[in-house]
Design a protein around this ligand. Sequence first.
Ligand SMILES: C[S@@+](CC[C@H](N)C(=O)[O-])C[C@H]1O[C@@H](n2cnc3c(N)ncnc32)[C@H](O)[C@@H]1O
Ligand code: SF4
Length: 383
Amino acid sequence: MRSSEPGFGIYLHWPFCKAKCPYCDFNSHVRHQPVDELGFAESLARELQWFAGQVPGREVTSIFFGGGTPSLMPPRAVGHVLDEIAARWRVSHDVEVTLEANPTSAEARNFAGYRAAGVNRVSVGMQALSNADLKALGRQHDVEEALEAFRMAARIFPRASFDLIYARPGQSLADWRKELSRALEEQRGHMSLYQLTIEPGTRFADLHARGQLQMPDEDLAAGLFEATQELTEKAGLPAYEISNHARAGQESRHNLLYWRYGEYAGVGPGAHSRLALGDDRRAIVMEKHPETWRQMVFERGHGVAEDTIVPPAEQASEYLLMGMRIAEGIALDRYRALAGRLPDEAKVVALEKGGLIHRRGNRLTASVAGRRLLNAVIAELAL
Ligand SMILES: C[S@@+](CC[C@H](N)C(=O)[O-])C[C@H]1O[C@@H](n2cnc3c(N)ncnc32)[C@H](O)[C@@H]1O
Ligand code: SF4
């Protein structure tokens, strides 16, 4: 990883999707009327102006268009938002500009336009390399179409990543090893590999409650995670975060900013921000509903639903929660400055003995085994 200086990032949320995937609980909406895309981009630009008044003088080190499905944005809308950022802040000469893309052929047609607008990294939602499973996941693309879109992205953008979801209903260890090996032949330096989680309120949660999803048991889930570590390490893409794998230097700078507990502005419906103001840290959450958010921006220049100061003890918990996800872990002196104390020594020793964490000088890190059981590890350390 290049630098441990977190920097200042801007997240932009595009809340629309062609269809709602049955596992997804992100703030994503399907509209049966055409979306006023340029109008929405203009609202994002207006909210950026509000942020520039709150946190002027920063140097932007990363920008991330997330969703929803930002690859439904016309390239002109992406360009408009990027121009607004450049007009309001200094932008680092090597800024990382990522856009999340769904791999349908229609969306791939926008790639060259995004590149021309200034996007230099894409994260493609491949999800599975099995047509039957893509169908079960409610995806709008098949494997061939997705691979074609990804290969095209890799030709157009300097950096391209893709996401896969594993531990899917009915998936065996042998199936996943085969699928991941194939994925590793396609990767270009970065992959996000997520274990399927059943999120409350989704269609998968209903099916699960009715016993209609055959989810992996604890042993199989552990085996799938271990196989993921083994195969990605062998291929030179070790995990730098629980679910994120990269060749050295190819880590997502924007996501590292979150995990390093840096400063970022979250623009658009439902977006979260953490801003540094002197010693204070401010947490902002935007209104989730897209059209309500837009009306608020129209009336007052922003869609802020919550704006609070995070007390130091809470900052310490957030820092621990974020920092222990990444291979580089946390800095103990920074934790102590926030929490007013170090984690309990007896607990640290017990976790070290159990092989779940490591302590080296000022840094505390979770081992691979510890990262799989992270909630339990953090619960111990935070006490
Ligand atoms: C919010 S989605 C946006 C990306 C894009 N719309 C897409 O679907 O490809 C970001 C990523 O989160 C992952 N994801 C979403 N819901 C998940 C779940 N319930 N379990 C595991 N991964 C999930 C998917 O891999 C997805 O690519
Ligand atoms: S997974 Fe992506 S495409 Fe599917 S509903 Fe969620 S945000 Fe939309």
